[in-house]
Unconditional design. Structure first.
Length: 414
């Protein structure tokens, strides 16, 4: 009865916010956590074994991440190996010699929830240095859902590789609802993330079936990739809300892993400024905050960014609104490079990002009328964690916005 009540309340809340959410009671705010994809070596080459997962849980329990809301520890395409004679998916015994259940119990003992990866098609996207392909969930949705639930899994990501079966292309509008139904039928609340790369405009229909949906291609640890994903999501805020979120993909904060002879080190593909922008825009859009870099070694920039409680509060605000690009400011490279983004917050204020997508430093002014504010408003710098004062009709930062940078402020009518 208690679980049913949670579902009913969550569903009612989602309707009030204009989003028809999957009825599992989860995702009332965007999920936060970690994923294996880019920790050891470059993205997609993480070996992923029990020692790595358990050491990540140890680190997140003690480095400040747990207290700030990072709650999921998720494996990507690296853990499964084959199906047994009954069709049950089997973890790689070299990586998980005792199966996943002891690992999941350990992660739970540290106060975290555990997530796994699968694929809607015949095989997953990566063989993970194996000589054979890894089975996807096609034809086994119900069986896999029950297996995951029996292990204690609380998050499932379903990818979209190898989805041509007997010469016929599968339809995400058929496959994702099937897995959603299978997960809900287990009776265990399991967060469901769809990853069909924005192929069929999931922001328009996926909220009925999943708690988050990828809106575009994979995010890589390079500025061109980050800038592209930000641009793709410029108008999607209206589709997000409690129960269902636009997923911009993993955070690369601090840099992906290096070569195998450099364990725990980071090889950044972006500048510190670009990592701040990445986090700023993920927070403003209401995207899941899932870190795919090695959090056992939090560098100074990783601590500054990932542990910024005021930026996280924007992402996790209970008002449950996604942010949008609301305007542009004329600058020498062109107005399209000097952007103004906003996310309404539950206390009546707005989180505002002044984003410079260009290659030069620019001064960007926020006119309060863009927020339907007339007269005066107070301004707080969320990266500096400093009140800047009260301003009339508009605000221009005392320092210009650097190339590929984003300054984020909390604006409230005075």
């Amino acid at each position: 009865m208690a679980l049913l009540l949670v579902y009913v309340c969550a569903f009612a809340l989602s309707l009030a916010c204009g989003v028809l959410a999957v009825d599992n009671g989860l995702g009332l705010v965007p999920p936060m956590g970690w994923n294996t994809w880019c920790t050891l070596g470059k993205c997609g080459r993480d070996y992923c074994d029990k020692d790595e997962i358990m050491s990540i849980a140890d680190a997140m329990a003690s480095n400040g991440m747990k207290e700030l809301g990072y709650e999921y520890i998720n494996m990507d395409d690296c853990w499964a190996d084959h199906r047994d004679s009954d069709g049950t998916i089997v973890p790689d015994e070299n990586r998980f010699p005792d199966g996943l259940e002891p690992v999941i119990k350990y992660v739970n003992s540290k106060g975290f929830k555990f997530g796994v990866y699968t694929d809607a098609g015949l095989y997953t996207c990566s063989q993970g240095e194996r000589s054979h392909k890894i089975p996807g969930s096609y034809g086994h949705y119900e069986q896999d859902a029950n297996t995951y639930a029996s292990w204690g899994v609380e998050y499932v990501k379903m990818d979209w590789c190898n989805t041509k079966v007997n010469g016929t292309q599968l339809d995400p509008k058929v496959q994702y609802p099937q897995m959603s139904k299978a997960l809900n039928a287990t009776g265990k609340p399991i967060f469901f993330n769809s990853c069909e790369w924005g192929v069929e405009g999931p922001w328009e229909w996926m909220a009925q079936y999943a708690n988050s949906w990828r809106t575009g291609p994979d995010h890589h640890d390079e500025w061109s990739s980050t800038a592209k994903i930000i641009e793709i999501n410029a108008g999607f805020g209206k589709y997000a809300g409690p129960g269902g979120w636009n997923d911009l993909d993993f955070l690369m904060t601090g840099g992906q892993g290096c070569e195998s002879e450099k364990p725990l080190e980071h090889c950044p593909g972006m500048s510190d400024e670009e990592y701040r922008t990445e986090f700023s825009m993920w927070c403003l859009t209401g995207s899941p905050l899932l870190v795919a870099t090695d959090v056992r070694n939090l560098t100074s920039i990783m601590k500054e960014i990932l542990l910024n409680d005021e930026m996280i509060a924007v992402n996790q605000d209970k008002h449950g609104k996604g942010g949008n690009r609301i305007g542009e400011w004329k600058c020498s490279e062109g107005a399209q490079y000097c952007q103004i983004w906003s996310k309404p917050l539950s206390d009546g204020s707005f989180a505002v990002g002044l984003y410079n997508a260009g290659n030069m430093t620019h001064s960007i002014t926020l006119e309060f009328k863009l927020l339907d504010i007339t007269g005066e408003a107070t301004v707080r710098d969320l990266w500096a964690k400093k009140d800047l004062g009260t301003f009339s009709e508009s605000f221009t930062p005392p320092e210009p916005v650097p190339s590929h940078g984003a300054k984020v402020y909390k604006i409230k009518k005075a």
